[in-house]
Write a protein that binds this ligand. Structure first.
Ligand code: EPU
Length: 337
């Protein structure tokens, strides 16, 4: 099977920040068979760098590795049993239409994860999460290709070491695993997830909200708060919410009353990075052509024509400021290339 290598490809349309970068070589993979060719050619073409929907990456330079984009399509209800429904999709499917499709088929369970940009294949990489639900709560398995060994493998939840915006795929040792298909399990009976305060508020006047009600409410909240990457370049939250010891939180509260903190298990508290950044006056500010979204302090935006370096510079300035004022070092959420 011939796989086409494109050379000197402009990556501006392939990342939601819309920053310029070039790929020395780009290969688009449309099927499992084509993916297997990557393994055959590994010595010649590798090392590879895998790109999904480009919605969680900041390019600050050109890509030297051979860039691989998976565009494997397909959505399938594999098994609909009494305890739940097992659904699989190709890694190249867009995440949000996949969620909408499961709902339209009568299989609720992913509605809290509406409108998250990116692909199905990208979802497990950072364990996407929003409005009280994370992918790991509905995850079943992934089919991956080990491009070094040339073998197909199925990995399950425990293999993936899911955490807050984390999985095995973020670790150095797993950079040779290419995600081809993702399976989710949607349990029966369906139970709505309504713990998130904003969501609860939005549905306060709706009795017994359905999955469609939650889906619509999540979309409305997101559209209100988060800039649409199609209009304004961004990658969602640029920083992770820091997780600290309860004692640290109590000390911070004395100095910064009102700092939101959410129980994160084992005596830990997850702080609101957006609140901290907002408090320091960064919301809506710009530095050159990079900015902080006026609607959400956690989202960095490309104001128009920014480079990845400019956005990174703004992120570093914010990180420094937060460390100075709160003694906390924020972690970046997107991959910085
Ligand atoms: N807040 C501010 N200023 C702001 C925005 C928020 O003070 O400009 C405070 C408010 O007190 C608000 C609290 O921060 O109640 C939390 O804000 P929000 O509900 O928007 O949640 P978040 O913690 O900022 C996280 C995720 C989002 C996800 C939402 C909803 C991370 C890094 N981000 O944001 O995920 O959509 O919760 O679950 O965990 C993403 O990862 O790209 C992303 C958008």
């Amino acid at each position: 099977m011939a796989l086409e290598i494109q050379e000197g490809v402009d990556l501006t349309p392939l990342n939601t920040f819309g920053v310029p970068a070039k790929a020395r070589a780009l290969v688009i993979v449309h099927s499992v068979e084509e993916a297997l060719v990557l393994a055959e050619k590994h010595k010649e073409w590798g090392p590879y760098f895998f790109l999904g929907g480009g919605s969680n990456i900041l390019f600050t330079r050109d890509v030297e590795e051979t860039l691989v984009k998976v565009e494997i399509p397909g959505r399938e209800v594999v098994d609909d049993g009494p305890d739940g429904t097992y659904v699989e999709a190709g890694a190249g499917e867009e995440w949000h239409p996949f969620v909408a499709w499961t709902l339209s088929k009568g299989f609720p369970g992913l509605e809290n994860l509406a409108l998250i940009p990116g692909t199905v294949g990208g979802a497990p990489v950072q364990n996407i999460g929003a409005y009280g639900l994370e992918l790991k709560d509905r995850f079943h398995s992934v089919e991956v290709l080990d491009v070094k060994e040339g073998t197909l493998k199925r990995l399950f939840s425990p293999d993936l070491r899911f955490g807050y915006r984390h999985s095995l795929f973020k670790e150095e040792g797993a950079k040779h695993l290419l995600i081809l298909r993702v399976g989710v399990f949607l349990p029966k009976p369906w139970v709505p997830v309504l713990e998130y305060p904003d969501l609860r508020k939005a549905l306060a006047s709706t009795d017994d909200p359905t999955a469609e009600d939650i889906f619509s409410a999540v979309m409305a909240i997101r559209r209100h708060k988060l800039p649409d990457p199609a209009a304004t370049g961004n990658a969602g939250s640029f920083f992770k919410n820091p997780v600290v010891d309860e004692a640290v939180y109590q000390d911070l509260l004395k100095e910064h009353p009102g700092l939101p903190g959410y129980a994160a298990g084992e005596g830990k508290v997850k702080l609101s990075a957006a609140w901290i950044i907002d408090r320091l006056g960064w919301k809506g500010k710009t530095l050159g052509r990079a900015g902080v979204a006026p609607t959400h302090a956690l989202v960095l935006v490309n104001v128009g024509g920014a480079t990845g370096q400019e956005i990174l510079e703004l992120a570093l300035r914010i990180r420094e400021d937060v460390e100075r004022a709160f003694g906390i070092r924020l972690e970046f959420e997107p991959t910085i290339y």
